[in-house]
Write a protein of this length. Structure first.
Length: 205
């Protein structure tokens, strides 16, 4: 009987300790549930050749210290096929569209931290596109589903208030509809994926 009472007491003590640790972790000033952020791709707006007019706003919520969900809003324009890899062909004259496309892309994402700041993430971009000709007249609307996969590391600064997430990413678009024929003719020689870095940053609160 005494052994049983001791065992029960030990179990209760351990459960209380774990609960206290969990509560302490959640209340710790370095652990913050919400964040807002953007991407260093904003610097692309300084490009004089293929200025993307890029806008991005991220809002994220930490379900646990390792699991994060986010909603992002992106807006940009592009005048070269998005499958052109970095290199001599990127932004090269003669490879651009006969016009440009405007994108509004609400995005949902999931991020998983595995060890310290190492993480993987997946984002689904729902890109609603407006196609414009060289005279800036609308010639059609389309939709593209982009899936972005990232492997990266999160650096934190100033008592974990700010973070920067450099990553290696791959963007893949399995669904692409209602692209005007003149745009299809230009992009047909390029793949439906693009290797690119991830450059997210944000503020925890």
């Amino acid at each position: 009987m005494q052994k049983k009472s001791t065992l029960i007491g030990f179990v209760i003590l351990m459960a209380s300790t774990l609960q206290l640790r969990a509560a302490t972790a959640l209340q710790d000033s370095t652990y913050r549930r919400w964040y807002v952020g953007s991407s260093l791709y904003l610097l692309g707006n300084l490009d004089r050749v293929n200025k993307p007019e890029y806008v991005q706003l991220n809002v994220g919520y930490r379900l646990t210290p390792k699991d994060v969900i986010s909603i992002e809003f992106k807006r940009s324009i592009y005048a070269w096929p998005i499958g052109i890899p970095f290199g001599p062909s990127f932004d090269a004259p003669g490879l651009n569209y006969p016009g440009h496309a405007r994108i509004l892309a609400p995005t949902v994402g999931y991020q998983r931290f595995w060890w310290k700041g190492v993480y993987t993430s997946i984002y689904a971009l729902n890109a609603f596109e407006k196609y414009m000709d060289q005279d800036k007249k609308k010639i059609g609307n389309g939709y593209t589903l982009y899936l972005n996969f990232h492997l990266g590391y999160q650096f934190r600064f100033w008592e974990n208030r700010f973070f920067f997430e450099p990553a290696m990413g791959c963007s893949y678009w399995p669904v692409r509809t209602k692209v005007p024929e003149v745009f299809k003719a230009v992009e047909s020689r390029w793949p439906n994926y693009f290797i690119q870095p991830g450059l997210h940053f944000g503020f925890n609160f």
